[in-house]
Design a protein around this ligand. Structure first.
Ligand SMILES: N[C@@H](CCC(=O)N[C@@H](CS)C(=O)NCC(=O)O)C(=O)O
Length: 227
């Protein structure tokens, strides 16, 4: 039986990396406590060294946050959860589907820098037309082609990439949110996939909380002036 889990996260409106493991655990029914450290806050300054070995979020703690066992960086957190909960379908059972899922996640984690910087996650904002630079559109075309081909090969009739909701889908929740905010042109099947992601119970819960946040983080707001 795993020790109690605590996930240290950032602001729900902005923290795309925090969203991924939070939503994965929530959607798959893995129990955990949440500890939010808001960016640029006194709480962050007072506790980030104790709660995050990298001074970044998310961090997964087993046992007492700050003195238990820490796993950091989203991809490592997902793998740790897959070790702790091998029966939850965090990755697809089929080895080739699993390899493809890990390829898509690793490729997104280490790339798509134009998309990530021109379209930062900002759940409560609606900024259609912003960030539609050619290199961003090219990355979106590459990513949505991966989604289309993966669903055609592995997704059967499910709305998700590999049948059931998995770590691969969790990885793309923030992308679906970015597309809702910035409204880039998308093929119809990518729109359908994003709609399914935004409609997951976990994403609806996270987004409801995100929309109630009022903090303004300048680094994540390239298209707005501070209030
Ligand atoms: N590669 C890391 C990235 C984590 C990351 O950049 N987190 C951001 C928030 S989404 C952060 O903690 N920023 C705070 C800072 O840069 O001070 C992961 O996958 O967990």
């Amino acid at each position: 039986m795993p020790q109690p889990l605590t996930l240290v996260i950032g602001n729900k409106n902005y923290s795309s990396w925090s969203l991924r493991p939070w939503a994965l655990m929530t959607e798959l029914g893995i129990p955990f406590a949440e500890r939010m450290l808001k960016f640029d806050s006194e709480d962050w300054e007072a506790n980030i060294d104790r709660l995050s070995p990298t001074r970044l979020v998310p961090v997964l703690w087993e046992g007492e946050p700050g003195s238990g066992f820490a796993t950091f960086d989203t991809s490592a957190i997902v793998e740790r959860l897959a070790d702790l909960y091998p029966d939850r379908g965090i990755w697809p059972a089929d080895p080739r589907a699993r390899a493809r899922g890990r390829s898509l996640v690793a490729n997104f984690h280490s790339g798509y820098s134009a998309l990530r910087s021109a379209m930062p996650m900002n759940i409560r904002s609606h900024l259609p037309g912003k960030g539609h630079e050619p290199e961003v559109i090219a990355e979106i075309e590459r990513l949505t082609a991966f989604w289309r081909d993966t669903r055609a090969e592995f997704g059967t009739r499910s709305p998700y990439l590999f049948g059931n909701f998995s770590a691969a889908d969790a990885c793309f929740l923030p992308v679906a949110s970015r597309f809702a905010t910035y409204e880039p042109p998308l093929p119809a099947e990518a729109r359908d996939y994003c709609r399914a992601l935004l409609d997951t119970m976990a994403m609806r819960q996270w987004s409801t909380a995100a929309r109630l946040e009022t903090e303004f983080v300048p680094m994540d707001e390239p298209y707005a002036d501070p209030p």
